[in-house]
Design a protein around this ligand. Structure first.
Ligand code: PMP
Length: 441
């Protein structure tokens, strides 16, 4: 499968030779590459993308889960075309920012909003707000959760299983070099779906005089395939954090606008103190947001915290966000997404059963995946133990050679768009069926 993909991507190979001269690794950002060379993309339309060799794919990667609107959506194109001649950047608010904040407040039931340009900026600022509000330094996160590339949260992800430590006392470990040990030590990780372990760790930290400022978490884990919260877990977390005056942050960079109109907050009916958004919000333009309660966000309003950025609330991004919210990501669109996701999950589950594969299909909103494990995975430890790395690599190559675009790696899930066709879904399932047949032949 590797040789086949290499044969089909010779222009990408040539481009890589040129790209490597002045682009580190031939790409703009880590995780945009693959061995032996990256695949360069030329264009996208609706549910499809085309690479520079002319290979066409149905896109299930969707820009790391950003393009729930689909590529080159006409409503967003029109909003951008209208905005451009009026000027694209003032570092002063435009009317669209107000409209976007209104709509997000309505969807999340959180009254106060600010804007950023990415998920990392959103989580970085939210953590600072929580620290300022509580006057505490320690940050609690879920082991294995990704929250962006700033130092505080580049901790306890992608760790070898034997280095994790004991479940009641997980180690704090840097993800990659260049992160100061003092920062790493300030971040404490606990297992997902285990409110008891969280509470015990919080109580011990309290005894040490290190109560966390916040718990930052995804309500449904998205960078571990898809791991859903067990019934009662989020409610318990809400109760524990409230009891200790800890700011609860739902990082909805992946779930927000992707699993429901009001994200995980709406889907699971538990409201955090702060929520972070990015990805889908900008409809393909860089943008992010932080929403919160009056009380917690008061540290921004009072000027105690500087929540600042030259491009925050950029007019182009906000025009795209407004068109996305009001014209594309409508209540009907979420009904359609749900139908599409049911179809892909059921299709994949049927293949698993037909070939008696060790796995299960899981989905929520526009997101889902096939998890290769006989046991249900509820946290990072389970995931590390169960996912078959070789099978995941093979499945990725197989998909790419059959016109299904995904990101390499076993942590990502599929993201459907509101313009995905039934044909795209059926192609995904059919490709999986062919892989299963080849594997079991
Ligand atoms: N939080 C979560 C849950 C994410 O999945 C990501 C990105 N995958 C981020 C934060 C960081 O977002 P960005 O890449 O826009 O900085």
């Amino acid at each position: 499968q590797t040789a086949l993909l290499n044969e089909r991507t010779t222009k990408s190979k040539a481009m890589y030779a040129h790209a490597s001269e002045h682009l580190s690794g031939g790409v703009a950002s880590s995780y945009q590459g693959r061995d032996p060379w990256p695949i360069y993309i030329e264009s996208g339309a609706g549910d499809r993308i085309t690479d520079v060799d002319g290979n066409e794919f149905y896109d299930f990667h969707n820009g790391f889960g950003s393009m729930v609107q689909g590529h080159a959506h006409p409503a967003i194109g029109e909003a951008l075309a209208k905005r451009y001649p009026l000027g694209t950047h003032f570092a002063a608010a435009t009317e669209d920012v107000i409209d976007v904040a209104d709509e997000l407040a309505r969807r999340w039931g959180l009254p106060k909003w600010r804007f950023t340009n990415s998920g990392s900026e959103s989580t970085m600022d939210a953590i600072r707000i929580a620290r300022a509000y509580t006057g505490r330094d320690t940050v609690m996160k879920i082991f294995g959760s990704y929250h962006g590339h700033h130092d505080t949260v580049m901790v306890s992800i992608g760790v070898e299983y034997d280095k994790i430590g004991d479940r009641e006392n997980y180690a704090s470990l840097a993800y990659g070099a260049g992160i100061p040990q003092a920062t790493v030590d300030m971040t404490i990780a606990v297992p997902f779906n285990d409110a008891g372990a969280m509470e015990r760790r919080i109580e011990r930290l309290a005894e040490e005089g290190r109560l966390p400022a916040c718990v930052i978490m995804e309500a449904a884990m998205m960078n571990l395939g898809v791991v859903l919260p067990e019934p009662g877990y989020l409610e318990a977390v809400r109760e524990i954090t409230s009891k200790h005056g800890i700011v609860l942050i739902f990082d909805e960079v992946k779930t927000g606008l992707a699993i429901a109109a009001g994200g995980a907050t709406e889907k699971f009916g538990v409201t955090p103190d702060l929520v972070t958004l990015a990805k889908v919000l900008g409809g393909g333009l860089p943008s992010g947001a932080i929403g919160g309660s009056e009380e917690v966000m008061s540290v921004v309003e009072s000027g105690k915290v500087y929540q600042v950025g030259t491009y925050n609330g950029n007019p182009l991004s906000m025009a795209a966000a407004k068109a996305s919210l009001l014209e594309v990501l409508t209540p009907e669109a979420y009904v359609r997404l749900g139908e599409l996701n049911d179809r892909i999950v059921a299709g994949c589950q049927a293949v698993i059963e037909k070939y008696d594969l060790p796995g299960y299909a899981v989905g929520i909103g526009s997101k889902g995946c096939v998890t290769f494990s006989t046991e249900k995975i509820t946290d990072y430890e389970g995931f590390k133990n169960a996912q078959d790395a070789e099978l995941c690599d093979l499945a990725w190559l197989w998909n790419m050679n059959h016109g299904i675009f995904m990101t390499p790696g076993r942590e990502e899930e599929w993201t459907l768009s509101v313009v995905h066709s039934d044909a795209a879904i059926d192609a995904y399932v059919d490709t999986f069926d062919k892989l299963a047949a080849a594997l079991t032949a």
